[in-house]
Design a protein around this ligand. Structure first.
Ligand SMILES: *Cc1c(COP(=O)(O)O)cnc(C)c1O
Ligand code: SF4
Length: 315
């Protein structure tokens, strides 16, 4: 991306951070990547900034931790067809793009062999499978991040899904509206969405209130005007959002921008992310306290994905 800072070392310099942090940085197979908007929301000269921690590849990632694997949610195994993940009843997840605008260091898909799973031929096969299965009513575009595709590609895919009569709901899982609102789908796609027969849901991914800005607010207002339901999922991350105050502020700010909290995920145990782990005991205690601070509709469901279970399992 031409407008992102090229390297984590350059980022430290731009953010006026102590260069000793530099010595902790590593070269990762899942390289540093962050868009301009996300970077602009980071506080200067604060090495503990909750957004900065989500993108810096640090030496803790090299730690080998027991119980942390390459495929914690069983996606490699449960994949009968490239680009289609059908784990839950009634809905199917289509890996629309191998790329993301940001590389979140805790991501459970950091080891997923995306390139084998996403090309136009695979989409067509996936769409054929969806068209033949009457038990499906919802298609989820995910990735990677579907909004890393061109708007024209998302529009075409959306229209192809709309053409399947038994599909009633189109859901898009994307972190782009939050981290790079200037790159999120709008324009022609929104014109289509406004008059589509489908229920459209966008599930964004925001972990901290500081990620939300005037730009995200404008974008979400447009989505809402088009009749789109907006939900958020977060990952519970040590040192980033593992406090009642932070989670409470996040829910309030999301709602102020027209978004309801949906899921708060316990971290998937992926190799390289163990330094972000919050224990189940702590997570439950946090969630319990959160309930005492918020109206029920602003409390996200605390869940963990367990390989083989038929839904995201509440803690
Ligand atoms: C998380 C997930 C979904 C969506 O689950 P909901 O509970 O409907 O939000 C669907 N398919 C797969 C493969 C998933 O991992
Ligand atoms: S945007 Fe989502 S899929 Fe992409 S790196 Fe971040 S958490 Fe992973």
């Amino acid at each position: 991306m031409s407008d992102s800072v090229r390297s984590s070392a350059a980022l430290l310099q731009q953010l006026k951070l102590d260069q000793t942090l530099n010595d902790k940085l590593i070269d990762s197979e899942f390289p540093y990547k962050a868009p301009k908007h996300f970077i602009s929301q980071i506080q200067l000269a604060d090495s503990k900034d909750p957004l900065l921690k989500q993108i810096l590849p640090v030496e803790e990632e090299l730690r080998q931790t027991e119980g942390f694997s390459q495929d914690p949610v069983g996606d490699f195994k449960k994949n009968p067809q490239p680009s289609l993940l059908h784990k839950y009843h009634g809905r199917v997840l289509l890996i629309a793009s191998p790329k993301c605008d940001i590389h979140c260091r805790y991501c459970f898909r950091r080891h997923f062999p995306y390139e084998e799973h996403t090309n136009q031929r695979h989409w067509q096969e996936a769409l054929n499978t969806i068209a033949e299965d009457n038990s499906l009513h919802e298609v989820i575009l995910s990735g990677g991040d579907p909004m890393s595709l061109s708007e024209a590609a998302v529009l075409k895919l959306s229209q192809q899904i709309e053409a399947i009569a038994h599909i009633t709901t189109l859901r898009i899982h994307s972190r782009t509206p939050v981290v790079a609102p200037d790159k999120a789908i709008q324009n022609k796609w929104l014109d289509w969405a406004q008059q589509s027969r489908l229920n459209i849901v966008i599930v964004v991914h925001c972990n901290h209130a500081n990620e939300l800005s005037e730009q995200t607010k404008e974008l979400f207002a447009k989505y809402r005007q088009a009749g789109i339901t907006l939900l958020n999922q977060s990952v519970l991350l040590k040192g980033i959002n593992d406090s009642v105050e932070t989670l409470k502020n996040l829910s309030h700010k999301l709602f102020a921008q027209g978004i309801l909290p949906y899921y708060l995920h316990q971290l998937d145990k992926v190799q390289g992310a163990s330094h972000f782990e919050v224990s189940d005991q702590q997570a439950l205690a946090l969630h319990e306290k959160l309930r005492t601070k918020l109206p029920g509709y602003l409390v996200p469901k605390l869940v963990r994905e367990i390989s083989g279970e038929p839904y995201k399992t509440p803690l």
